[in-house]
Design a protein. Sequence first.
Length: 345
Amino acid sequence: MSDKTTPIAETDVVIVGAGPVGLFAVFELGLLDLKCHLIDILDRPGGQCAELYPEKPIYDIPAWPEISGQGLTDRLMEQIAPFDPVFHFNRMVAGVEKQNDGSFIVTTDENEKIQAKVVVIAAGGGSFQPKRPPVPGIEEYEDTSVFYSVRRTEEFKGHDLLIVGGGDSALDWTLNLLPLANSVTLLHRRDSFRAAPDSVNKMKALVEKGELSLQLGQVTGLNGSGGQVESATIKTSEGEMVDVKCTRILPFFGLTMKLGPIADWGLNLNENLISVDTEKFATNEPGIYAIGDINTYPGKLKLILSGFHEAALMAHAAKKHIDPDERIVFQYTTSSTKLQKKLGV
């Protein structure tokens, strides 16, 4: 679709990143009647919390002596539900263009366009990028028969599937895709897994029944042509070389964080972090703010708690930027019937 026919969505604020800090920003902005669109490269909310340690306990969230990354994400999603945020998952921000009226046109890598009065960067350490396995020539097969995430399960229907990894993503997709695939082989370098015990037990039960293949070893090469893989050469844990038939491969080697296109936005950077003030958490570009682990300032602590504080101050600054002539009356949710009505309580 050409730029001339691409519809442009309109909103008050685009938030880049749907981790805990980005989600809480929706709440603070919503209290001030600002609508939000969120863009995240992952396929669900929660950012690093939900992707890297969904079951790992977090102990420093106020009023929660212990909560998991997924649990925190679920509570935040419940909290922001009254404000109806719009999510754009499996997306990266490809560009940000300032308009003559001071607003921004944000374009995703799927050529979606969103016009916003304010942009808030809450991207943690930047965009999550899958780690590419050290397999010669794997680039030839990427996005054709080698995929680092599952966007459409139908892509794997009827295929001989090789899933590589031993964490939650590898085990979850092994179990979820098994009913769709022609065959599934799970490959891990050792017979111990980092995934949830329930998933590991289910996987081993399927292996015992002969419904799933488990191979210990590492991929050393891919065989195929024209981007279509036909088999993978595996060096087993005993040192033998075997070929495993596969027409789709899903390697889950974890994620690495990169600043990505944000590095080209003309913002002041300090060692790949965005410099902000501590009054508004504004960048050097009027209308663009940065909160959470992506920003830096004297005394910065990389805590979710700190990001929540930054979101609150940023929201009030963003409201003043958008409506400079409107008098903002500070209110508490405990006593303001107006705010309680917005929250539906």
